[in-house]
Design a protein around this ligand. Structure first.
Ligand SMILES: C[S@@+](CC[C@H](N)C(=O)[O-])C[C@H]1O[C@@H](n2cnc3c(N)ncnc32)[C@H](O)[C@@H]1O
Length: 327
């Protein structure tokens, strides 16, 4: 099993891993250490990464951190997620816990040091190697947890709860706003918020009376969507799942989706297309797929070719909202 330069550097920098090591968002490293006989607790926010684990996954909670001396962590691109992780590790890891957090140099920011320094007394960076670097953090300073965060979105008259790392944390994304502004024209009934993030779309659909399923691969997103629905007194079923492949064929009247446009730190529409493609078999006859995308992206031909009759339901200078009816 080959490790990438970041994981290799993390391992080299970590030194003695102690009796039990926690590996966060780094499935290859978790598998590598397990195969070398280490007692590994492995946690992945993303379900697709979690599926790459050879052993059982865990959650980043008090039980997972019991007896752990070293946390090997792949630096997330979201500072909110790093902060949430750092606060949990400092709270539950005990005074001995050390964090070795690795990333590509081009993705490292000063803010990452600052976030770690708010939960650990001693934070320093390693020397770079093969365009990679690690941040070391030790001397846990447990403090109040500042995640999840609760915000009021007046425009929707909804409360949004955001766990660290969720898309559009604490706010309404401009694309989502345009999507919701058009969804009043959408078919009602059994609805799915596909790639739900904080679950604002799901809660909006539930409030108008739809029977709603919210789906996302991210633990932070699913926790946020669950808490957002609860904060608004609404019923939303939340499933951590990859796309709509697990949903019964022809069982859904409406799919609403603000698709992902990144793979890690790179802009890429492919996962968005893949995600929308999985919605098609799930749609009942006459079922509608509503989506929003950046005006310059080639979604219209894709939707017309792969979903069915597609019309533009709303647009602004940046985004287009479309309604596609399953053909
Ligand atoms: C652009 S965000 C939209 C979030 C939310 N719907 C909103 O509008 O604020 C896309 C979401 O899709 C999720 N996602 C990406 N790939 C997915 C997949 N294969 N299955 C389910 N969700 C996915 C991401 O985790 C992310 O939360």
């Amino acid at each position: 099993m080959t490790l990438d330069p970041v994981a290799t550097l993390m391992l080299d920098e970590a030194g003695d891993l102690g009796a039990r090591v926690l590996v966060l968002d780094e499935p290859s490293l978790a598998n590598h250490l397990r195969s070398a006989g280490h007692d590994v607790v492995a946690v992945c926010d993303d379900l697709l990464e979690e599926r790459r684990l050879d052993g059982d996954p865990a959650r980043l909670d008090e039980q997972a951190l019991a007896g752990v001396e070293v946390v090997l962590l792949r630096l997330p691109k979201s500072l909110g997620m790093l902060e949430d992780y750092a606060q949990r590790i400092a709270a539950w890891g005990g005074p001995q816990v050390r964090v070795v957090a690795g990333g590509r140099e081009k993705h490292l920011t000063r803010g990452m040091n600052d976030v770690l320094a708010s939960s650990f007394a001693d934070v320093h960076a390693s020397r770079g190697r093969q365009k990679s670097r690690v941040l070391h953090a030790a001397g846990a300073r447990p403090g109040p947890r500042t995640w999840p965060r609760t915000t009021r979105v007046d425009w929707l008259a909804l409360t949004v709860v955001s766990h660290g790392g969720v898309f559009a944390s604490g706010r309404l994304d401009a694309g989502t706003r345009l999507l919701i502004s058009a969804l009043g024209q959408a078919r009602t009934g059994r609805a799915v918020d596909l790639g739900c993030g904080t679950g604002l779309v799901a809660s909006w659909l539930a409030r108008r009376g739809d029977q709603v399923l919210a789906v996302d691969t991210s633990l932070a997103a699913c926790a946020s969507a669950r808490d957002t629905a609860a904060a608004n007194g609404l019923t939303v079923a939340v499933q951590r799942a990859d796309s709509l492949t697990g949903v019964a064929a022809r069982s859904v009247d409406l799919v609403a989706c603000n698709p992902p446009f990144h793979v890690g730190t790179t802009k890429d529409s492919t996962p968005g297309f893949d995600l929308l493609r999985t919605a098609v078999p799930a749609l009942a006859p006459g079922g509608e797929l509503w989506t929003v995308f950046n005006s310059h992206l080639p979604y219209l031909p894709f939707l017309r070719a792969e979903v069915g009759d597609t019309t533009v339901a709303a647009r602004d200078p940046h985004y287009i909202v479309t309604r596609s009816v399953r053909s």
